[in-house]
Ligand binder design. Structure first.
Ligand SMILES: Cc1cc2nc3c(=O)[nH]c(=O)nc-3n(C[C@H](O)[C@H](O)[C@H](O)COP(=O)(O)OP(=O)(O)OC[C@H]3O[C@@H](n4cnc5c(N)ncnc54)[C@H](O)[C@@H]3O)c2cc1C
Length: 385
């Protein structure tokens, strides 16, 4: 029998520099030795995987982000490799790295950057990004959280929902309506009137902490305003950065599902002692999945090139996020099915990956919202309302 093929049929990994390939290997080793051995148990128990933090710190990823040293494709490859382990773990990078550090880098004052970026980079401090509200998810423009000016700063009132890392965060980037325009504020979580309550009972992203935030007459100084974040566009710009990592991460999740499934199908005989992998209908499904994954990776690859050229448009990110999340979920569901009954057991990772991808499909803009962004770019007609 011919030796097994890599699932990288188009040899896309050969395009990366030696340095990028070394980083991929390093992150892959971290995922194999640190993330995968513990993540299933945390998913089961609905607990945050504290033991992954030291290794994540050692990778130096957040310090590179803080120092603006990470090129777009390397950032994408790291996201892909982390999501080979867990979407919830990759999400730590998207939230801390792209949403929080990204907000400070793009819109923060020099003092905010100096006070927080080094600590965030060392993972000695955590931030969260508080945009979504109980009644406003896809349409954040309607948000009810309000900021009003006081003698020496601002007073914030409102509630935020589904906020990743909201409980462990040292500060929240809170988006609030100030005199008719949405602004970003850096709000320390120990301020009087600020409460974070964990959301328990999720069946997806169980190893990720998610919180509801309540702001009741939270007073912040004038320096809490992110000076460059004076419209919803600023929040959307941060989201674009995070969606970029999501598009790459989805490739890793799908590849991991496919590779686990191929190994399973080769080892399990059915009908006349023949391995499941030898049946034609099964090979058809493997071929379909690998074709989709190659397509997803080509999109991510191109997105990286556009980002490096500074030419990334919202509709390009929308297309990548929409396509890659949907396809990754379809791949995970198909793998779940091909594992038969074992596909619903936690001994295998596909079930966890599948339910986590349901969150990935929904958060940071649902499929419909990204389709509407693409539709607006194609027709010039905004059809959101
Ligand atoms: C685990 C998890 C972590 C999250 N982390 C964060 C975080 O850190 N920070 C943060 O701010 N938010 C976070 N979110 C929130 C997430 O971004 C929102 O859930 C998402 O934007 C969708 O909003 P919604 O849930 O209110 O759905 P809704 O807006 O109520 O949408 C429900 C359905 O209606 C559809 N829909 C809505 N409007 C339209 C329309 N105009 N046309 C057609 N269909 C439409 C949607 O596509 C969707 O299918 C997180 C969510 C989850 C699940």
């Amino acid at each position: 029998m011919a030796p097994p093929q890599s699932t990288d049929l188009y040899r896309l990994d050969e395009d990366w520099t030696e340095e990028q390939q070394l980083i991929v290997e390093q992150v892959r080793r971290y995922v194999d030795t640190v993330v995968l051995p513990c993540i299933g148990e945390h998913h089961h128990r609905e607990t945050f995987p504290e033991e992954i933090i030291a290794g994540l710190r050692e990778l130096g990823l957040f310090e590179s982000i803080a120092a603006n040293e990470l090129d777009a494709c390397t950032y994408g490859l790291i996201s892909r490799e982390l999501e080979r382990g867990s979407s919830a773990v990759r999400s730590i990078v998207s939230v801390q790295g792209s949403l929080v550090m990204g907000a400070l880098q793009q819109f923060g004052s020099k003092a905010q950057q100096r006070d927080w970026l080094p600590r965030l980079g060392r993972l000695d401090a955590w931030g969260c990004f508080a945009l979504t509200e109980p009644d406003f998810g896809s349409n954040p423009a309607g948000m009810e959280t309000r900021a009003e000016r006081t003698a020496d700063g601002y007073r914030l009132n409102g509630a935020k929902c589904w906020i990743t890392n909201g409980v462990r965060a040292d500060f929240a980037v809170v988006w609030a309506n100030l005199e008719g325009a949405i602004h970003g504020f850096l709000v320390e979580t120990d301020r009087s009137g600020f409460t974070a309550t964990p959301i328990k009972g999720k069946w997806s992203f169980r190893s990720s902490e998610t919180a509801q935030l309540f702001l009741e007459d939270v007073d912040v100084p004038a320096t809490a305003l992110l000076p460059g974040a004076t419209s919803l566009g600023a929040a959307l710009k941060c989201l674009s950065g995070a969606r970029y990592t999501i598009a790459w991460g989805a490739v890793g999740a799908a590849r991991a599902c496919l590779e686990e499934t191929i190994a399973y199908l080769k080892a399990r005989p059915q009908f006349h002692g023949k391995p499941l992998a030898s049946h034609q209908l099964i090979q058809y499904k493997l071929a379909w999945m690998n074709t989709e994954i190659v397509g997803m990776e080509l999109i991510a690859h191109r997105l990286g090139t556009l980002r490096e050229r500074g030419r990334l448009a919202p509709e390009q990110i929308a297309l990548a996020k929409m396509n890659n999340c949907r396809k990754a979920l379809e791949v995970a569901r198909t793998c779940r099915e091909l594992l038969g009954a074992n596909g619903i057991h936690s001994e295998y990772h596909v079930g966890r990956r599948m339910v986590d991808l349901e969150t990935v499909l929904t958060y940071e803009g649902t499929e419909h919202i990204h389709a509407l962004t693409i539709g607006a770019a194609l027709t010039g007609i905004k059809a959101f309302g």
